[in-house]
Ligand binder design. Sequence first.
Ligand code: AMP
Length: 327
Amino acid sequence: MQATGGGRLHLGNLEGALRPWVKLQDSGEWDMFCFVADWHALTKVGDSLTDIADAARNVAIDYLAAGLDPELTAIFKQSDVKEHAELHLLLSMITPIGWVERVPTFKEKRDTVKDNQQQLSYGFLGYPVLQSADILIYRANAVPVGKDQAAHLEISREIARRFNRIVDQEVFPVPEALISEFSGELMGLDARKMSKSYGNAIYISDSEKQTQKAINSAFTTPSKLHITDPGVPEGCAVCSLRRVYDPVTYETQWDECRSGVRGCGQSKKETAEFVNSSLAPIRARRAELMADVSYVDKVLASGADRARAAASDTMRIVRKALKISAA
Ligand code: AMP
């Protein structure tokens, strides 16, 4: 995940990415590499620099607090493994420009900055190529992605195929998308997708009080002014959080909301309790890590050593395949 916005991860990141990663890790079936995308964060800086190193450490703290285990998973910063950059450069030589220009995020940004093309960087255009290097450098067989993100992997699969064709060798496995069990998107406080950029997020690092306050201010059914007015749980941010954090009994709350037996105040209070109790162990672990950041830095350093060993093996094969080096 990117080290942007101070590096604080929200509940969407937790449910849509971190918890599924931890499950994969704990299954023991995968050798996993989880990095903090600090170079990628530079595509967002525009004219003002932010403290990316600090943000990257915060992301790592959330990774560890959520249950990624440095004994099982290599946890590191992208910028600590320079091989990502070398592979990005080499892949950029074989990637047709039309492929990156067609990527929806690039097209959207190009349209929004129409009058200020200076804001459109060469690195932003090349983002999917760096992302492909991030994956292919580990000759990954699979990449965990959210349901709506399988398409993002397509360009990496195309680049792997094209590279293999050019060098006439199967250097890179074509990575498969491992679709996360978490179906769809976690709703934010305003009932849109929870996102750092919408200001509608609850953060892992928020306190119980902040979480309660945020949920108290969340969007519910606008026409439900009194307890007896019928609510529409499907479009309500509170009910949506309730379904995720109380999967066993949420239906009763939804039914009572619909039939006007229950008011939004009660639903908000209880939902905040479910969210807070689910986050309690993660937040406790987070507090321990915050009190010992030198441990986090050590984890990142040893994760980078492990990643670098794998990445440098790949680069030896790649350089030879491209006939840049003989050995
Ligand atoms: P982002 O910070 O938007 O780049 O998201 C990083 C990862 O978190 C994505 O790969 C998604 O899998 C996950 N994610 C972000 N927002 C949500 C959300 N609202 N619901 C579910 N998953 C999310």
